[in-house]
Each structure stands twice: as structure tokens, then as C-alpha cells.
Design a protein around this ligand. Structure first.
Ligand code: GDP
Ligand code: GDP
Length: 461
């Protein structure tokens, strides 16, 4: 085996023309020792050795590999990178900050996230602080914090070298299992979230005993057969239930709460909360089911707060509507109570129906779909910052210790639920009241009712 094979492998990937080759040359510098024993690597200067902060690494540039590969841009990018990425200890994913995040970047990033490799996200061509908002927009790729640099002008290269070295083992042999060893994600990032491939919408129906969850489930299933069986990731006594609507498949997660009820007579109230926790964790959208004849119980609020804390989308289902006398007043009273207790999720959609008679049940899944969309939504950095500037003008950020906080810009780091990062000098000192002002503004301006919204603060120098 060649000696270079023992070195940690760093792969530069990204769509054509973002500056991969330029970066490769920067990193390799004079050490152009070319060893080409990787299948598919035919052209020169695609592989070399670099010395980064005293650490030797093997570097592969996937640029140029595209030419040999199939038809579409996506196909080419992927085919060219697949084998290199599969062997990589670290992937440098480059975008062109001047061009902003393109569909091809998104496509490639989504694929890359599924490879579970440590990735450094590089926003190239950002010399002289050019393209700041595009750099921030790169957060939306879900690959952590973008590093702005300029391969051509050499800006940010020394810093990058250090960051690479920090993430690499010395040699392959010393290396711990690949898994997440060097993976670094943004704080507040939920690693489960973006990695999961698109599949059925995962729905949980939760609520207190006797709210009518089982009856609702049967009404939803209608003619559909229950699919039961051991489902990986579900608790032992859960059953997986598949539904369909016009949009596509919906998987009902965790029906354990429904089934356990039959066996345990005692302590149902406490059970309903703990069963809800399990269901929540697996769900994207949660239907909080209430017996509308009984109004809102403390237990309901407890579950609602859990939904908020876990960052799930929520639909409030008022069941037993057939037995409610004053419907308008009941609806208002319940919605008010939920809203005041859950200001962080203002605008939760409310659906009324009778699971028993089936009247109104057809409104539920469309409301679930809408809540899911809101929860998934993305705001572009441009729109966001136009709104942000206006919001700052309407209400100046407060003084803290006699000095005004300088808030600079915002970016949406991820969705599911919508999560925003606010950058500014001493931003971390921002009082809650001002945070609420911003969150409420985001909710209204970008139409984000009923979803938890996260706002993270980042102090800058
Ligand atoms: P690759 O196809 O991804 O390997 O991209 P190249 O390295 O061939 O670069 C594509 C083009 O972008 C070339 O014209 C480079 O000179 C230019 N380029 C690369 N890095 C930078 C940079 O940091 N700033 C600017 N402005 N242009 C760059
Ligand atoms: P779960 O404990 O939440 O699963 O509740 P169930 O589905 O077992 O329902 C509890 C009780 O409420 C049963 O007696 C149901 O028949 C009754 N129920 C459920 N839905 C409705 C409804 O829409 N209207 C009325 N009047 N009763 C209902």
C-alpha cells in the first residue's frame, strides 16, 4: 500500500466553477506529489498531498471528474464525487458565494447530508467581505456554519487549514470509528432533522384519555387497513399505521398511547402525558385532541408545551363537536386558553369535528398538511433582512448597560421548525421582550402561524 493511503483523506466537492481547483492548488501549494491510484482519477492535479498546520493530508479535487460522467449536471456531480466522498474523512463542500445558493448546490447538499460525513461548508469567492448575505444564506444548506473565504486571493485559507487539521486524525490507523467523530454541527441544530430522507408525513395523535383518539383513528382509517408489525424505531408495543390523502402517504407514529390504555386502568392522566412524549419525538405534526365538552385541562396544556419544546407542528382538534351546545363560545374559549398559555406558538390551527359521527373529520388532514408546510418553510435571507431592517427602524433595539445593542442581520439556519439566527454586537444580551417582538413579526410577516419559531443569538465582534 502506498504511504499516501495512510493519510487522512480530504475531498473537495461542489458544482463546477465554484473554485474547487483553485482551492486545491492553494491547499497543496508546492507539494504537488501526485499519486493516482483511485479508480476514475485520470487527469492530473486531482490528487495531492498537503501539509496543514504540520499535519499531512491527502487531498482530492473532484473538479474535472465531471467530464467523464453521465448526462445531467446533478448526475455528473454525484457520480464524480460518490467514490471520493465515500472514502473521505472530511468533505470540503464549496459554493460560489457570489452566485448565492443555487438549486444544484441544494441538491448536492441534500445528498451530502445523507452520507453522514464530516463536512466543512465553504463559501468561496467572498474576498473583501463580498457577498455577506449570500454567505449567510448558505446556512440553509443544513451543513453547519459556512466559512467565507477566497481561494483566489488567499483570504481565509490559513484559518481553513487550521479548521481542517482540527477535524482530522493523524493517520487512518489511529482513527476512531468514522461515524460522527469529527462532525461538527451548529448548536441548536437537530442532527436527525435534515438527514432524514423525505418520506411519509409523520403524524401523532395525542391527548388525554377519552378525548376520542381511538375513535378518530378509526374514522381516519375508514376503509383503509391497518398495517401492523414491528417497525424499526417505534417502541415495542407500537403499531405503524399508514394513511393516504391526495398529497401522499402519512404515517401515524406511536399508537402505543392508544393501546396501553386498554391494559392500564390506573393513573391514566399521567400516562397520557408520558405516552405523548414518545409520540411527539417521532412525529413531525402532532394532533392534540381535546374533548370539547370538557374544555381545556391542565394536562392538555402540559402536552401542548411539550409540543412547543420539541419543536413540532401542531393542530388542535376539538372533538365531540356533536355534543357541544354553544359552539362559537366553546371554540373561542378553548382557543383563547391555548393561545394565552402558548404564546410561543401563536396561531395554532383549530379543527372541530365529531370522530363518532365522522362529521368534519375530513378537515383534519388538510389542516395537518398546512401545518407541516408552515413548519417546513424557508424564508430567503434577502426577504428576511429587508423585513429585519424595517423592524429595527420601527423599534430600536434596547440599551443594555447604557449602550445600544447593534443588531446586524438575520438568517434562517433551518426549518422544521423555522429557526433563525440573529447576528450582532452583544446580540446575546438581547432582552426577551425584544426577542418576542421579533418572533411575532417573523410569524406575521412570513405567515408562520402555529409553529414554534426559534431565534438564536450570535454575538459578533
Ligand atoms: P472548479 O470548476 O470548481 O474547479 O472551479 P475553478 O477553480 O476552475 O474556478 C472557477 C473560476 O472561479 C475560475 O475563473 C477562478 O479563477 C474563479 N475563482 C476561484 N476562486 C475564486 C475566488 O476566491 N474569487 C473569485 N472572484 N474568483 C474565483
Ligand atoms: P381515547 O381514550 O382518546 O382513545 O378515546 P376513545 O376514542 O376511546 O373515546 C372515548 C369515548 O368518547 C368513547 O365512549 C367514544 O365513543 C366517545 N367519543 C369519541 N368521539 C366522540 C365524538 O365525536 N362525539 C361523542 N359524543 N363521543 C365521542
Amino acid at each position: 500500500m502506498n504511504e499516501i493511503d495512510q493519510l487522512p483523506l480530504v475531498v473537495i466537492a461542489g458544482r463546477p466553477n465554484v473554485g474547487k481547483s483553485t482551492l486545491f492548488n492553494r491547499l497543496v501549494g508546492r507539494r504537488q506529489a501526485i499519486v493516482s491510484d483511485m479508480p476514475g482519477v485520470t487527469r492530473d492535479r486531482k490528487e495531492g498531498e498537503a501539509l496543514l498546520r504540520g499535519k499531512r493530508v491527502r487531498l482530492i479535487d473532484t473538479a474535472g471528474l465531471e467530464e467523464a460522467a453521465p448526462d445531467t449536471l446533478y448526475g455528473r456531480m454525484r457520480a464524480s464525487s460518490e467514490s471520493a466522498v465515500s472514502q473521505a474523512d472530511l468533505v470540503l463542500f464549496c459554493i460560489d458565494a457570489r452566485a448565492g445558493v443555487t438549486p444544484a448546490d441544494k441538491h448536492f447538499a441534500a445528498w451530502l447530508r445523507r452520507q453522514n460525513k464530516p463536512v466543512l461548508l465553504l463559501a468561496n469567492k467572498a474576498e473583501g467581505a463580498a457577498a455577506t448575505s449570500e454567505v449567510l444564506e448558505a446556512y440553509s444548506l443544513g451543513l453547519g456554519t459556512p466559512m467565507a473565504l477566497s481561494a483566489e486571493h488567499g483570504e481565509g485559507i490559513a484559518h481553513l487549514m487550521g479548521e481542517i487539521a482540527d477535524r482530522l486524525p493523524d493517520t487512518k490507523r489511529e482513527k476512531a470509528p468514522r461515524s460522527d467523530r469529527n462532525a461538527r454541527r451548529d448548536e441548536g441544530d437537530d442532527p436527525e432533522e435534515d438527514i432524514r430522507p423525505a418520506g411519509p408525513l409523520r403524524l401523532a395523535i395525542v391527548g388525554r384519555p377519552n378525548a376520542g383518539k381511538s375513535t378518530l383513528l378509526n374514522a381516519l382509517l375508514g376503509e383503509e387497513r391497518m398495517i401492523t408489525g414491528p417497525e424499526p424505531g417505534l417502541t415495542r408495543d407500537s403499531i405503524a399505521v399508514a394513511l393516504h390523502d391526495e398529497v401522499g402517504p402519512i404515517q401515524l407514529v406511536d399508537t402505543a398511547g392508544l393501546r396501553r390504555k386498554a391494559r392500564i386502568e390506573q393513573d391514566l392522566e399521567r400516562m397520557s402525558v408520558s405516552a405523548s412524549i414518545e409520540a411527539l419525538k417521532m412525529a413531525e405534526v402532532v394532533v392534540l385532541t381535546l374533548d370539547a365538552t370538557l374544555g381545556v385541562h391542565e394536562q392538555d396544556l402540559q402536552i401542548a408545551r411539550l409540543i412547543e419544546r420539541e419543536g413540532r407542528a401542531c393542530v388542535l382538534a376539538l372533538n365531540k363537536w356533536d355534543a357541544v351546545e354553544d359552539r362559537a363560545a366553546t371554540r373561542q374559549a378553548i382557543a383563547d386558553r391555548i393561545e394565552t398559555s402558548l404564546a410561543q406558538m401563536r396561531g395554532i390551527p383549530v379543527v372541530t369535528f365529531s370522530a363518532l359521527t365522522g362529521a368534519g373529520v375530513q378537515k383534519l388532514l388538510p389542516a395537518v398538511r398546512r401545518a407541516h408546510e408552515v413548519w417546513n418553510s424557508r424564508v430567503t435571507t434577502g426577504e428576511l433582512n429587508r423585513w429585519f431592517e424595517a423592524a429595527l427602524e420601527r423599534h430600536q433595539p434596547p440599551l443594555v448597560d447604557g449602550r445600544r445593542l447593534k443588531l446586524r442581520y438575520m438568517t434562517q439556519a433551518k426549518s422544521r421548525p423555522p429557526t433563525f439566527i440573529l447576528f450582532g454586537t452583544r446580540a446575546e444580551l438581547l432582552p426577551d421582550s425584544y426577542k418576542r417582538y421579533l418572533v411575532n413579526g417573523l410569524r406575521e410577516t412570513f405567515h408562520l402561524p402555529g409553529t414554534p419559531i426559534r431565534l438564536q443569538l450570535r454575538g459578533t465582534k
